[in-house]
Design a protein around this ligand. Structure first.
Ligand code: GLA
Length: 633
């Protein structure tokens, strides 16, 4: 038999081969990983003296935040290489629970959310990582990155040891933490530290909570340095035993640093979030922080021997419905761009901040910094003619069965998405009225509602306008409220109070409205896909609103980044090839939406705009961003 013959004739060679392979492996293992290195890898990032040490050697942490979920995956490497070329040695990133577990027990760690791939890429580029897994992350995300399905429990107490919360955290961590454990420094990976929760000192509702999160991380195998991060005020109530405290700031105030020094005199000082710019809200101006002023503070921080992490080094985009909202002084929804006036722009371009920082950080390296990666081309494509129209009312048949309810019901409690309720987007509530009169929202409309009678627009409920006149009319008429979740508050004490849709009675002529038919319009990709089966009409001279408008963007050759402008449109969403780019709103400050080239095809691309009130027949593509009029932070 052939096999035996071969075995017999080659037995000696075979033994020799095995021996030399084993020898080769041992030789290389010892050769490539000197004994001293393997030993020091047992040490990890240490905060036992006034300077950090890594592998036993002094280490100045020069960090920068880039969130994988805010940058198209095809650009991860480009952005990380630009970060490395600026002299940053450590990447910091949050992990958004709401995106990774969109329905209870249903996890997504793929494609745009492939955290392991992102961390491996960081290692490949030569960056260490500080992981910030929350579970609450703030970060200007809807509900600070917590999943909205948590709020189906009406007794929910977010960020506490309330069992309904801790059980959900445990389930998430059971899935997340095993993915990152092998990527820790001492296991040969890039993760040198892990942050416990986020600015809990500013919330501080439950003294058992931080120990619970710490234990949840460690019991699952996290054994690198733990740290907490708090702003100047929060620092007083922040921290957890056994974790290094760090501070978040923008302007250097001596009090904050003094306090940190007093509570941790012998530990390294880390500014975990040095805010390189700031975020923007709809209806406000675009925040900028002068490059020279910003870099001057970084220079001072470094001169004091401290370590620093730039939040953000590159902000990216709040695609889809990611963005959160401010609670104070009054509710304000945040814009789609997360440019943050950071050293790299939303589209990954270099700014004066980048150049100044590169010059500064370069002095803290013994080797020359890598070359700066080339810029990417931006294209001003031909305008897309929006030649097709579909009214919202004709699109309702694609939403799935409407739900009937005697009383109004908030969107998280709707019986949709496999019992997880609706997280984002719009909810349409319809009922019958038989007269005109006065409608009072009683602050129960979260956050904005377009109101219709027999599908004719009659007015808007906003957070501040709580009254609306309904014109007289005969017989039974349909009253419709199209309620938008404009973003849940991401920071502050009111997190438990962020349910959306109709959160209580809307009163009509002193009687609460009843008998609703409710449509969930979460605008998921599957819904947008189903719309292709709808009977779209040629765009009429006077289209009905709200409505979907469809056109094509033609890309000649290799697709490039571009910026969408919508003059003559008022408020809505843009979908490119089914991807939700986010909200636009004519009140600004943001006037153009970033459209990354990798999301375009060469040739024809489908463009769908959902517009609430007012449209033009075209949308435009420009080769530069427009984040609106600016104001200094
Ligand atoms: C805090 C939070 C961050 C972010 C910044 C402001 O420091 O920790 O998540 O919200 O504020 O951008």
């Amino acid at each position: 038999m052939v096999v035996i013959r071969i075995r017999n004739s080659h037995r000696r060679h075979y033994a020799l081969l095995c021996f030399s392979i084993a020898g080769f492996i041992i030789y290389n293992y010892i050769g490539m990983q000197p004994r001293v290195k393997r030993m020091s890898r047992r040490e990890g990032l240490s905060a036992n003296s006034s300077l950090f040490t890594l592998e036993g050697e002094e280490f100045r942490l020069l960090g920068g935040s880039i969130h994988y979920f805010r940058v198209p995956r095809a650009y991860w490497k480009d952005r990380l290489m630009k970060m490395k070329a600026c002299g940053i040695n450590t990447l910091t990133t949050y992990v958004p629970w709401n995106l990774h577990e969109p329905e209870r027990g249903v996890f997504n760690f793929h494609r745009q959310l492939d955290l392991e791939a992102y961390l491996n890429l960081a290692a490949e580029v030569g960056l260490w990582v500080i992981l910030r897994p929350g579970p609450y992350i703030c970060s200007e995300m809807d509900l600070g990155g917590l999943p909205s399905w948590l709020m189906r429990d009406e007794n929910m107490k977010l960020r506490t040891t309330y069992p309904g919360f801790t059980e959900a955290v445990n389930t998430f961590f059971d899935k997340l933490i095993p993915k990152v454990v092998p990527l820790q420094f001492k296991k040969g990976g890039p993760i040198i530290a892990v942050q416990v929760e986020n600015e809990y000192g500013s919330y501080a509702k439950d003294e058992n909570y931080m120990p619970f999160i710490k234990e949840a991380l460690q019991s699952r195998g996290i054994d690198e340095l733990l740290l907490t991060s708090d702003n100047q005020e929060g620092l007083k109530h922040g921290g957890v035993k056994g974790a290094l405290k760090s501070i978040n700031l923008q302007k250097l105030k001596p009090e904050g640093l003094k306090y940190l020094d007093a509570i941790q005199p012998l530990s390294p000082k880390l500014v975990m979030e040095y805010w390189a710019g700031w975020f923007d809200a709809w209806g406000d101006l675009h925040h900028v922080f002068a490059a020279e002023d910003m870099v001057a503070v970084v220079r001072k921080i470094l001169k004091k021997g401290m370590s620093v992490n730039l939040y953000m080094f590159h902000g990216g985009t709040n695609f889809g419905f990611m963005s959160g909202a401010l609670a104070k002084p009054s509710y304000k929804a945040l814009i789609t761009s997360y440019d943050y006036d950071a050293p790299l722009t939303e589209a990954g371009d270099y700014t004066p901040k980048y150049h100044l920082l590169r010059d500064l950080f370069g002095r803290y390296h013994t080797k020359k910094l890598p070359e700066m990666p080339p810029l990417r081309w931006k294209e001003a494509y031909e305008a897309a003619i929006m030649y097709q129209h579909l009214s919202l009312w004709d699109a309702l048949q694609f939403t799935g069965e409407p739900f009937r309810s005697m009383r109004s019901v908030n969107m998280e409690s709707l019986p949709v998405n496999n019992g997880n309720g609706q997280s984002y987007g719009y909810t349409l509530y319809e009922t019958t009225i038989t007269s005109g009169g006065l409608l009072h929202s009683g602050d129960n409309v979260r956050d904005r509602a377009l109101v219709f009678v027999d599908r004719h627009f009659i007015g808007i409920f906003k957070r501040k306008s709580l009254e609306l006149a309904v014109p007289d009319g005969k017989g039974k008429r349909t009253l419709s409220l199209l309620v938008e979740n404009c973003g849940r508050v991401h920071y502050g004490n009111s997190l438990d109070n962020q349910r959306k849709g109709l959160v209580g009675d809307v009163v009509f002529n002193n009687t609460p409205l009843r008998n609703f038919t409710v449509y969930s319009l979460d605008m998921k990709p599957s819904f947008i896909e189903h719309l292709s089966a709808a009977s779209w009409k040629y765009l009429p001279a006077v289209p009905s609103f709200p409505g979907f408008f469809q056109g094509r963007l033609f890309v000649d050759g290799y697709p490039s980044d571009t910026f969408i402008k919508l003059p003559g449109w008022s408020k809505g969403l843009v979908f490119i090839n089914g991807q939700n780019l986010g909200r636009y709103w004519s009140i600004g400050p943001q006037q153009a939406l970033y459209l990354p080239g990798p999301w375009l095809n060469s040739g024809i691309n489908q463009v769908i705009v959902f517009e609430e009130q007012e449209a033009d027949s075209k949308i435009h593509f420009e080769d530069a961003p427009d984040l609106g009029m600016t104001v200094d932070v």
